[in-house]
Design a protein around this ligand. Structure first.
Ligand code: TUI
Length: 315
């Protein structure tokens, strides 16, 4: 068994979080991950309080294990999401796409463990000072909203900057990545892209097929000009968006309008023309469909083998 403080801290068997991916991470996926011994997360994304509560109640039916909620801080419904997670006594909240510190007191006072996704040491330190239980250091290899630093550079710097547990994310899709993350000082991993093709993930088949077929250089980052860079698969849509970003005759409003709703179109409709198929650079290595349990067990056992054998590098 991997030795990680996270397991005792959160009551989980394997130190593996499933990313709180918008339009992807629903009650079905989160409960499957939690049932498999990891930490499943429901994406609050842009859901209102009622929609989020519905997913939470569904997950409570599907698992007795702990699961969390990811609050995406660019959502107009952050306040409603905070209220619902406190009322439903959700044990863990992860945050993303913004500075979580204004919301942390409320969650912590309600007994919720807060584990923010951080793209820099500065945000990691602020979160630790405010009472975060742990932080997720997510490198720009990840899918969706990305920071500037890579996982390789961010994780050790965050580990040096804070004295709370660090979970590594971004570009981790197998046991090698997990072992490497532990070597950098992390005590757990978060995976998103690998779970996109899990049997229990309910996204459209077209999305899964695209991830399974993707090669290493098939993702692109768009939206830098708008202040929220997003990594997704290269498609005619994402390439056209990228070109418009560098065209000064196109306004930011036009760009925002072009991107609006595109993730939903990918995840729900499998729309190959207008969908934004967000996923990380690890997609080039994700070729197999498996259950959440198979994913978590195989990643952890591979990581264990590698970590046990690490002494072969030292004479
Ligand atoms: O949040 C994510 N990934 C996401 S959110 C998302 S929904 C979306 N859709 C369209 C446009 C934008 C977002 C899709 N993928 N990952 C966690 C994450 N958090 N990555 C980076 C950050 C982050 C960035 C800035 C966390 C904190 C932060 O603070 C900066 C500040 O000072 O506000």
């Amino acid at each position: 068994m991997l030795n990680s403080v996270l397991c005792e801290l959160l009551g989980i068997r394997y130190p593996v979080f499933q990313g709180g991916m918008a339009w992807v991470a629903d009650a079905g996926l989160a409960s499957a991950v939690s049932n498999a011994g990891g930490l499943g997360l429901i994406a609050a994304m842009n859901s209102n309080g009622e929609q989020l509560r519905e997913q939470i109640l569904k997950a409570k039916e599907l698992t007795d294990r702990p699961f969390g909620v990811n609050i995406m801080l660019m959502s107009p419904f952050v306040e409603e999401a905070l209220q619902v997670v406190c009322e439903e006594k959700i044990p863990v909240v992860t945050t993303g796409a913004g500075n979580p510190t204004p919301y942390m007191d409320r969650l912590i006072n309600a007994g919720v463990k807060v584990i923010p996704v951080v793209p820099s040491t500065a945000i990691a330190k602020m979160a630790a000072r405010k009472g975060a239980t742990a932080v997720i250091a997510e490198g720009g290899e990840s899918g969706g909203h990305v920071g500037d630093l890579t996982t390789m550079t961010l994780v050790p710097q965050v580990c040096d900057a804070v004295d709370i547990p660090v979970i590594a994310a971004g570009g981790i899709g197998d046991g090698r990545g997990m072992a490497a993350a532990f070597m950098l000082g992390a005590c757990g991993v978060q995976m998103g892209t690998r779970f996109l093709v899990a049997d229990e993930c309910s996204i459209h088949e077209n999305y899964k097929e695209k991830v399974l077929k993707a090669k290493d250089i098939e993702t692109i980052v768009t939206g830098k000009r708008l202040g929220h860079p997003v990594r997704s698969l290269k498609t005619p849509f994402s390439k056209a968006f990228f070109q418009k970003e560098y065209d000064s005759s196109v306004s930011n409003e036009e760009l925002e309008k072009m991107g609006a709703g595109s993730l939903r179109l990918a995840a729900r409709e499998g729309d190959l023309e207008r969908g934004s198929f967000m996923c990380g650079q690890i997609a080039g290595m994700v070729h197999e469909r498996m259950s959440c349990e198979e994913i978590i067990k195989s990643v952890c056992s591979e990581a264990e083998e590698i970590l046990k054998g690490a002494s072969k590098w030292v004479k």
